[in-house]
Design a protein around this ligand. Structure first.
Ligand code: FES
Length: 205
């Protein structure tokens, strides 16, 4: 595990994968009315060499306020860490119209096959890349005026590229282009509460 202080994340010219999702995220933040962008704040990240080797990254989840999402880069991908409110968690319990409500497809570790798809109910950790063609979804809260979601929308993630929708557990709705739920990466919580993304371990239980 490598940990470094907060730093702004430049777009590296030699990293086309990262550039793609960064640009996609920017464009869709403009396109999706009332969408809430995920702050790209990678509070803690490994060195460039360690990233190339697939090193795990760590962050303090306490920096994520209720209802907010922070983004951390892991293996060149944006990983969202979202602190869900009690109301958000309530909507997950009886969400209708999901394609894989019980997380039966292998998109997550075993400890994330529950309704909230996470170790700690309030903290979602998921790769912020649409499972259709790799665009970056945005957050659309309940009550949004965005016409791309139904009137009974309970809040979740919306991919403006082709209209896939996901709930706040990253579960995709039926009859959408995205074939599977968002990916939950291996992760765990260390004894001091630090979130470690990229490794399973005792703190994953
Ligand atoms: S890339 Fe997200 S719906 Fe197509």
């Amino acid at each position: 595990m490598q940990t470094v202080p907060t730093f702004p994340q430049p777009i590296t010219p030699g990293d086309p994968q990262r550039r793609t999702w960064l640009l996609a995220s920017s464009a869709m933040g403009v396109a999706a009315t009332a969408a809430v962008a995920m702050p790209f704040v990678s509070s803690f990240a490994p060195s460039e060499r360690a990233k190339a080797q697939g090193a795990s990254v760590s962050m303090d989840p306490a920096v994520v306020a209720p209802g907010q999402v922070k983004t951390v880069e892991w293996r060149g991908q944006p990983v969202w860490v979202m602190r869900r409110t009690p109301d958000m968690l309530t909507t997950l319990e009886d969400m209708q119209g999901l394609a894989d409500p019980y997380s039966e497809k292998p998109q997550q570790p075993a400890y994330a096959t529950n309704a909230h798809r996470s170790i700690k109910p309030e903290l979602l950790v998921t790769v912020g890349i649409c499972t259709h063609l790799g665009c970056s979804p945005v957050t659309l809260p309940e009550g949004t005026a965005n016409a791309s979601v139904p009137p009974n929308w309970k809040g979740g993630f919306f991919c403006p590229c082709h209209g896939s929708t996901f709930d706040f557990a990253g579960r995709v709705f039926r009859n959408k282009p995205a074939p599977t739920n968002l990916v939950v990466p291996p992760h765990q919580y260390l004894a001091d509460g630090t979130l470690l993304i990229g490794e399973d371990g005792p703190g994953a239980a």
